[in-house]
Design a protein around this ligand. Sequence first.
Ligand SMILES: *[C@@H]1O[C@H](CO)[C@@H](O)[C@H](O)[C@H]1NC(C)=O
Ligand SMILES: *[C@@H]1O[C@H](CO)[C@@H](O)[C@H](O)[C@H]1NC(C)=O
Ligand SMILES: *[C@@H]1O[C@H](CO)[C@@H](O)[C@H](O)[C@H]1NC(C)=O
Ligand SMILES: *[C@@H]1O[C@H](CO)[C@@H](O)[C@H](O)[C@H]1NC(C)=O
Length: 500
Amino acid sequence: MRFLLVLSLALSFQISFQNMITIPLAKQEANNESVKQNRSFLQSYSVDSLVNNQQMSYYGTIQVGSQNQTFKVIFDTGSYQLWLPSKNCIQSDYNCKGLNGYYDCSASNGCSLSATQKTLSYGKGQVSGYIATTTVGVCGLQQVKQSFLLVQLAQDFSNIQADGLLGLGLYDSYNDNGNSFVTNMKNSGIIQEEMFSFYLGFGKSDSQLIFGGFDPKKVADSSQIYFHPVILYGQQGYQRWSIRVQVVNFKTFSYTLNAVNNFAIVDSGTSLILLNSDMYKQFVTYLIQNYKVYQTQDGYYYTSCSTSLPNINFILNDKDGIQRQYSIPSSFYYIKTQGQCIIGISSLPPSVGISDVQIILGDIFMRRYVSLFSYKNQTVGLTLSVADPDDDYTNSPLEGWQIALIVIGGLLIIGVVSFCLYRKAKERRERNRNYLNQQLLSNQNQQQNYFQGQGVAIGGNYQNQNNYQQQQNYFQGQGVLIGGGINNNQNIVYGQPVQG
Ligand SMILES: *[C@@H]1O[C@H](CO)[C@@H](O)[C@H](O)[C@H]1NC(C)=O
Ligand SMILES: *[C@@H]1O[C@H](CO)[C@@H](O)[C@H](O)[C@H]1NC(C)=O
Ligand SMILES: *[C@@H]1O[C@H](CO)[C@@H](O)[C@H](O)[C@H]1NC(C)=O
Ligand SMILES: *[C@@H]1O[C@H](CO)[C@@H](O)[C@H](O)[C@H]1NC(C)=O
């Protein structure tokens, strides 16, 4: 994929430009006087253009190591770490299928390999390999030090049309300092504002991921951005871009979420909108009773594209406690395939839905609303996008659309399960503090068994007293929690690392 550098204006933020590292301007723009005059504004952003894979996922490029090797990655707001294939990621029907290229982790390439093996489980798919450290950059800019998983085993990623995945979570447990990739970019002065934004379009290559800002031209009205506080809890490694959702409406159907665990995550790594299974069941019942919809073999619902169904509305409190309604018209939630329109609203697996995350606002939602992810403010800003379903570049049958390509925010399931186990452990702790560590140890073992039957390393110690207190406050409904300390990852090491 050709790598593009586009720069846009930072008029919405009052920021200082001292000590800025200049982002190279694209050549034709550099000669443009009016753009040149705005150079100081232009310096604060870098835009990675994304390729739309059949409305199912978006990928862009990163440069890795001292050779600036380019990789196509999914930028996933639902996970935290980077993974790339190694040369030991041998392709077969069951392994590393569809991943192209590999990263040669050698000293000459600025890479060092550790003996620490890890596995990452996603909503769909799983990878494992060894942790390595190199440098990574976007847009051909200065690179930052970045630890990542050099993958030998990769299952269920054959349709991502990318070679790896870069998690854009709030924290990255693989990095020494725990900082996310974006935080490290900000600390290196590559971007001014510790944030990124997504504009997801319907065209093949009109989508953008902007580090350090957003593009006002992609927004219907930049005076109408509403900011939603991120709900943080537990270990930093499990914090997600989750925001509170109160109610979901669809014509006269209305579902009010339980006020304790009414979290929605804004997840670029999930294709569809996913509702908790209880809500989804009720929604489908309503849909069948009132509209001409039919079920696919895979359990999705579809209708004729000439029918327009009502908007699905999500009511979220903003940071000032004001309710904001986000409406997704059917033209946005339809996925066109062979003359029929599949309704891009589905169910979370029941095991996920019973816990804190009730809704995943995936790409369908993010095409309707430009999303701003701010580390500093700890908010997700949402604002109506200019994306237009008429720009849909594909009307061809979706190749294997049944795969649904739902890379549910990485570690989602791990996070939820460990969170549940944490809560269990907490109850025990209340009974007998002294036994805590032992219980947690056994929880860790349970987690491992649950996912792999072998060693998945889940950093599992809830031993930070402050975190614990804050979590308790959170569950009593006393506001937003900002988790403290970094957890100790429980590293599971198998034999010798394999070079490459
Ligand atoms: C310079 O850039 C501005 C803004 O993008 C554009 O309107 C203008 O036409 C450009 N001028 C030239 C000479 O390319
Ligand atoms: C330059 O910045 C000013 C605001 O400072 C803005 O009004 C103008 O449109 C910008 N020009 C270009 C070519 O982007
Ligand atoms: C890699 O990219 C950086 C930043 O653009 C540049 O300074 C460096 O010369 C490049 N290295 C190679 C080997 O191309
Ligand atoms: C952060 O908060 C400030 C103050 O409310 C606001 O002006 C700014 O737009 C926010 N930035 C982001 C990226 O959300």
